[in-house]
Structures are given as C-alpha cells and as structure tokens.
Design a protein around this ligand. Structure first.
Ligand code: NAI
Length: 332
C-alpha cells in the first residue's frame, strides 16, 4: 500500500541531495508518495516564511518527514529551525549510527557506535540572558522525564539489537546537579538491564578514547550538546559527514535527516555526497516496515562504494552527485 510522507528540501546542498535520494527511492520502486516543500532561507526570501504553513500541515498529517539540512545564522538572527522542529513535535530521541564501511579507508575499520542524543533540552533550549554589557548567561535544562525516556530508549535498543554495552557520556564532575541527575538516572535504569554492560565517561575523556579506541564504544547515551559534538566526531571516524545518517523520533512524529548541515561551501556544485540522507531514508523505510526496500538500497550503495569507481570528492572520488546517484540506480 502507498504511504505519503513529507519532504523538506532545505538550504545549500539540500535540494541537490533530496533530488538524488528521491530518484533512488523511485528507482527502487518504494511505495511512497511525496509532499515536497521548499523550506529555509531561500523560502524566507521568496515568501517571508522559513517553513510555510502548508509544510507544517503536511508533516502533521503524514507524521513522517524526510528533511534536508537548513542553514542557521551564526550569532544572530532566527532560532535554528532544526531545534524548533525537534521541540515542536517532541522528537526527543536523536539516533545517529556510525558504522565503518569496508570500502571507505579510514584509520579504524571496526567502528560501530550508535549515539542516542537527547534532543529537546540542555543548552539547546536557547535561553540566553544579557546580564550586563560584558556578561551573558545561558541556561542548561535537564529534566528527569526527558533523561529517563532517552536512557530507556538506548537500553531498549541495545536489548532489541543484541548490543553489548551502553555508555553514559556526561560532565557530572563539574555540572554536579544537571549532568549529575542524568548520570544517576542512567545508573538506576541500567539496573533493569543486567544482561547489558553499562559504564559512564566524562565527555572530554570520551573524545580522547573515541579517537584512539573506538572499539571500546557500542551504544552511547548523552545530553543534547555532547551528543551533537560526539556524533560529528564519530562521523569523522567512518569517513566524514557525508556518511552519517540520523533519525529524530518522538511518540507521534518521526523526522529523518543527515547529521550534516547545508554545506554552503559546496552548494550548487553537484559534488555533495547524498549517502547520509539516503541512509537516513533507509532508516525511515525500516521505521515504516519497508525493510526489504532499505536492504536493497543499502546493498546497491555498498556495491558502488566497494567498486570505488564512482565516488564523490569527500570520499576521495571525482564523480558528481548525479553520477554517483546514477551508479546506485544502475545497481538497483
Ligand atoms: P556542514 O555540515 O554544513 O559542513 C561541514 C563540512 O562538511 C563542510 O566542509 C562541508 O562541505 C562538508 N559536508 C557536509 N555535508 C557534506 C556532504 N553531504 N557531502 C560532502 N561534504 C559535506 O556544517 P557547517 O558548515 O558548520 O554548517 C553550515 C550550515 O548548516 C549552518 O547554517 C548550520 O547551522 C547548518 N546546520 C544544519 C543542520 C541541520 O539542518 N540538521 C545540522 C548542522 C548544521
């Protein structure tokens, strides 16, 4: 049966990688209809709205969104639309799997780390206050409810997928109350999963360990900011941001997007790597009980990567986005 999903084309490389991914999904005859919207800076310049009302309405109807990256102004301007969407639809679990691919040569061949990033609070609540000319306060919020649900999800995922260990990443040595509470909740919940090893690490030590011994990590669960930083680090371990997919899940809505941003430095050049968004789309297909399509697409990507004849520049090739996409379609 056909299912309808919402698609946001986003900024920068967004439209290029969305076109590439939809061409591949169509070539794989995935039974999906798409309601496609322009969102972001360009849309704001055209129509005065970053996300048109019709785009919100479509997501609210379809409940599933495939989203391209959106540019956020730095140090000024509007609040991140990504953060807004995650908060508005309570997409509390940001899940980011980083797995080595045999075809991509990196320092380590054995990375298989999945980060569960709390997605609705921490410093991302965006509460900043000018105290005086030389002082600004930023508020970090950690709640029991949000901590419990992301930590439970991480353990449930580990249990369901036969993962061996869950590591809590924090800075509870300094942030004794906020991260301290997150860590205490983690320790409590871990007791309900005696079959799964659990440990915790301070975030700075985690970064060092990740770049020296990534094999020590399996599932990571962590508050919002550390999750953002650590998951970009894990993308570096597997070959770069062009390869790291993600999903943002809540109890009602689901949003699938690449971890990377709008990459303005390469926008419009037809050289962006669409794999991260394509693999995010595969996570979406898994979520929609369309695993057979996801498996076929992942296999086609693996074959193209392994042949190494048609790769985008970020993974040491010289193919365009379109050529890479055509190579995948040929395999399908
Ligand atoms: P970025 O992730 O856009 O780019 C970082 C570097 O990685 C750049 O050199 C870029 O060319 C490269 N890169 C990223 N994706 C790639 C791909 N698919 N193929 C090949 N190379 C790729 O991060 P940056 O430059 O810090 O942010 C640009 C904008 O994106 C900012 O406005 C930021 O706020 C926004 N952003 C949006 C996100 C989202 O919509 N979920 C997530 C992260 C950033």
């Amino acid at each position: 049966m056909m299912k309808t999903i919402t698609v946001f084309k986003g900024d920068g490389i967004g439209p290029e990688i969305v076109d590439a991914v939809l061409n591949i999904l169509n070539a794989a005859q995935v039974p999906l209809n798409y309601e496609i919207f322009e969102v972001g800076e360009a849309e704001y310049k055209r129509n005065g709205k970053l996300i048109p009302d019709a785009a919100y309405a479509s997501f609210e109807k379809n409940k599933v969104l495939l989203k391209a990256p959106i540019t956020t102004p730095i140090g000024k301007g509007f609040r991140s639309l990504n953060v807004t969407l995650r908060k508005k639809y309570d997409l509390y679990a940001n899940i980011r799997p980083a797995k080595s691919n045999a075809a991509i040569k990196t320092l380590f061949s054995n990375v298989d780390i999945i980060t569960f990033r709390e997605n609705t609070e921490d410093l991302y609540v965006g509460v900043e206050e000018q105290i005086d000319e030389n002082t600004v306060y930023a508020t970090k919020i950690i709640t029991k409810k949000a901590s419990e649900r992301i930590i439970k999800d991480a353990f449930e995922y580990a249990k369901k997928h036969g993962r061996k260990k869950v590591t809590c990443v924090h800075k509870a040595n300094i942030l004794k109350m906020s991260d301290g509470m997150f860590l205490n909740i983690f320790k409590e919940i871990a007791q309900a999963y005696p079959e799964i090893e659990s440990d915790d690490k301070i975030v700075d030590n985690t970064c060092m360990q990740l770049v020296m011994h990534p094999e020590k990590f399996d599932v990571i669960v962590t508050p919002n900011l550390y999750g953002d930083i650590i998951s970009d680090l894990t993308s570096g371990l597997i070959g770069g941001l062009g390869l790291l997919p993600s999903c943002n899940l809540g109890s009602e809505y689901a949003m699938f997007e690449a971890v990377h941003g709008s990459a303005p430095d390469i926008a419009g050049k037809n050289i962006a790597n669409p794999t991260a968004l394509l693999w995010s789309a595969c996570m979406m297909l898994d979520n929609l009980d369309m695993q057979s399509y996801a498996t076929r697409i992942r296999k086609a990507v693996d074959e193209v990567l392994l042949e190494s004849r048609c790769l985008t520049p970020d993974i040491n090739g010289n193919a365009t986005t379109k050529q890479y996409c055509e190579a995948i379609i040929e395999k399908l």
